[in-house]
Design a protein around this ligand. Structure first.
Ligand code: F6P
Length: 538
């Protein structure tokens, strides 16, 4: 029997007989046995639909699927992104190396650009790099989208306690003019620096917003001020030069850094300006800690292997379609949005690495909001909906603010949620509770079914000391590697994103019609109707 067949049979058995409440009652060591740690970061995965046998089978499956070998090829700089014939080496951005691409050690190049962009960031923070009138910048606007936006946006918010007097950092992504208009409305052009962040330097949204930002500066300060008010991050250096940004203010990266993994590169410049070079290096060091863990720990105690195998277990063997990421950490409010790109752009695939259709489901829908807010919005469905949704809870032991009992309440809520999902409440317990409240037998019988919680709903808890730069780096890199493990198990290429191309092509085809030109012959009747409704004729 293959590991997959054994897992299918095992899942059928568990579906019939396993309940987390009983598993905890029967085994006082369960939590200790299903836990893994790196530094002060603890992964408690005991509240999952697993037994020792499950983990044994999952680990055997990972071995059969060659996940470790693919991991080693990634670190070795092999072109594992086979549809674009590129290595996948974002790990080279946060580790000393050597890392070879076509025989060349890229570590020196990485260190050189890192040194340059951190010096620029610290220069902006100190006022040494100033606006055209010589005053320090008060505001920095990062213009980028997808990987050139979500990672830095998430991290700037997460690490806001580390700003220490640096300028305010804003993010503009959407081609909807409302985004840039609302951002610019509060800004003084004379004190604003724009960072144009785009791997390709062709992305429609970013180029459109960059042109609007340029006009904002030129109209207020004149053409001569453009040089002082712009910097760029890209792999397409000639295109940056065409836009008119000087080489000294251009920070490159490489095609072996995927957009969704680029926060570790110069794309993180906005983060470096927000928190300074020292904190940025601590963020990189956190990522490097997770890399060493992923590379060296045996699979059994390896956090990305465990979480990736569990993701695969639920999606492939239980058929669960979604995965909730629930930070009980308000400053991780953008974390799930960033993970959506890391996970869904990576593993939303339907063909294998060989180009044949996959035999089962792949990437789950990732969603979530910080707790406790989500508790008052969508948790109802997590507890009593018809579809079990595995969830990750993220929580710090120490907050940055010592504000009365806020943090005690936050921790209590996070743990209570994982407990409620795990234990549930039986019909008998629900009825007893109502009777204890003084309801009649008839009313208790009528109302109890509404108060039943099935329980047995899986969750992981990631508990860390405090949300500092090192911890954030570690958390993010663990998730990146989790996505890697899942993709490797599904046998897909997690590193391309052809699925976003068709929409871009069609938008370019339709734009002339929206701007008053003729409607393409290929347009269907629905598109014609909508164009007629939306495009105002003068
Ligand atoms: O949406 C597709 C995508 O290519 C992402 O992968 C990428 O992060 C984003 O667009 C932005 O691309 P760029 O950095 O080249 O502007």
């Amino acid at each position: 029997m293959t590991a997959v067949e054994a897992l299918r049979r095992h899942q059928t058995e568990l579906a019939e007989s396993f309940h987390l409440r009983a598993a905890f009652a029967a085994d006082p060591d369960r939590a200790e046995r299903f836990a893994a740690q790196e530094g002060d970061l603890l992964l408690d995965y005991s509240k999952n639909l697993i037994t020792d046998e499950t983990m044994k089978l999952l680990l055997a499956h990972a071995r059969d699927a060659g996940v470790e070998a693919l991991r080693d090829r990634m670190f070795a700089g092999d072109a594992i992104n086979l549809t674009e014939n590129r290595p996948v080496l974002h790990v080279a951005l946060r580790n000393p190396g050597p890392f070879r691409v076509d025989g060349h050690d890229v570590s020196q190049d990485v260190a050189a650009v890192l040194g340059r962009f951190l010096a620029f960031a610290d220069g902006v923070r100190s006022g040494e790099i100033a606006s055209s009138d010589g005053r320090p910048f008060t505001d920095v606007v990062n213009i980028g989208i997808g990987g050139s936006d979500l990672g830095p946006r998430m991290a700037v918010r997460a690490l806001s306690p580390y700003r220490e007097g640096g300028p305010k950092v804003h993010f503009v992504a959407n081609v909807d003019g409302a985004d840039i208009a609302d951002t610019l409305a509060g800004l003084d052009p004379a004190r604003t620096l724009f960072l144009i962040a785009s791997k390709t330097f062709t992305t429609q949204e970013t180029m459109t917003n960059a042109a609007t930002a340029r006009r904002f500066i030129v109209e207020a300060l004149g053409e001569a001020s453009v040089g002082a008010h712009f910097a760029a991050i890209s792999t397409a250096l000639p295109k940056v030069a065409e836009f008119g940004i000087a080489e000294t203010r251009t920070f490159g990266f490489w095609d072996w850094v995927g957009g969704r993994y680029s926060v570790w590169s110069a794309i993180g410049l906005s983060l470096a300006i927000a928190v300074g070079g020292r904190n940025f290096r601590a963020f990189l060091a956190g990522g490097a800690t997770a890399d060493t863990h992923f590379r060296e720990r045996p699979m059994r105690s390896n956090i990305p292997f465990i979480t990736g195998l569990l993701g695969h277990w639920y999606r492939t063997f239980w058929g669960y379609t979604s995965h909730a990421v629930l930070p009980y950490d308000q400053r991780l409010v953008e974390f799930t949005a960033h993970l959506q790109q890391v996970d869904m752009e990576s593993n939303g695939k339907s063909v294998t690495r060989a180009g044949t259709p996959v035999s089962g489901p792949t990437g789950a829908v990732v969603f979530g909001e910080p707790g406790t807010n989500g508790q008052h919005a969508f948790y109802q469905l997590l507890h009593q909906g018809t579809d079990p949704i595995p969830a990750d809870f993220l929580i710090a032991a120490e907050p940055h603010e010592a504000l009365g009992d806020h943090h005690a309440k936050l921790i209590a809520n996070a743990l209570a949620q994982t407990q409620a999902l795990m234990r549930g409440r039986t019909l008998e317990e629900a009825k007893r509770q109502l009777l204890d409240k003084g309801l009649s037998e008839a009313d208790a019988v009528r109302l109890a079914p509404h108060r039943v919680f099935p329980g047995n709903r899986p969750s992981n808890t990631l508990a860390y000391h405090t949300l500092d730069p090192h911890t954030l780096g570690m958390l993010l890199a663990f998730y990146e590697h989790k996505v890697f493990v899942e993709g490797a198990l599904w046998g897909i290429n997690s590193f391309d994103q052809w699925g976003v191309e068709l929409g871009k092509e069609l938008a370019n085809e339709l734009l002339p019609a929206v701007m008053g030109g003729t409607v393409p012959k290929s347009a269907d009747s629905s598109t014609r109707q909508l164009l007629a409704h939306l495009v105002t004729k003068e």
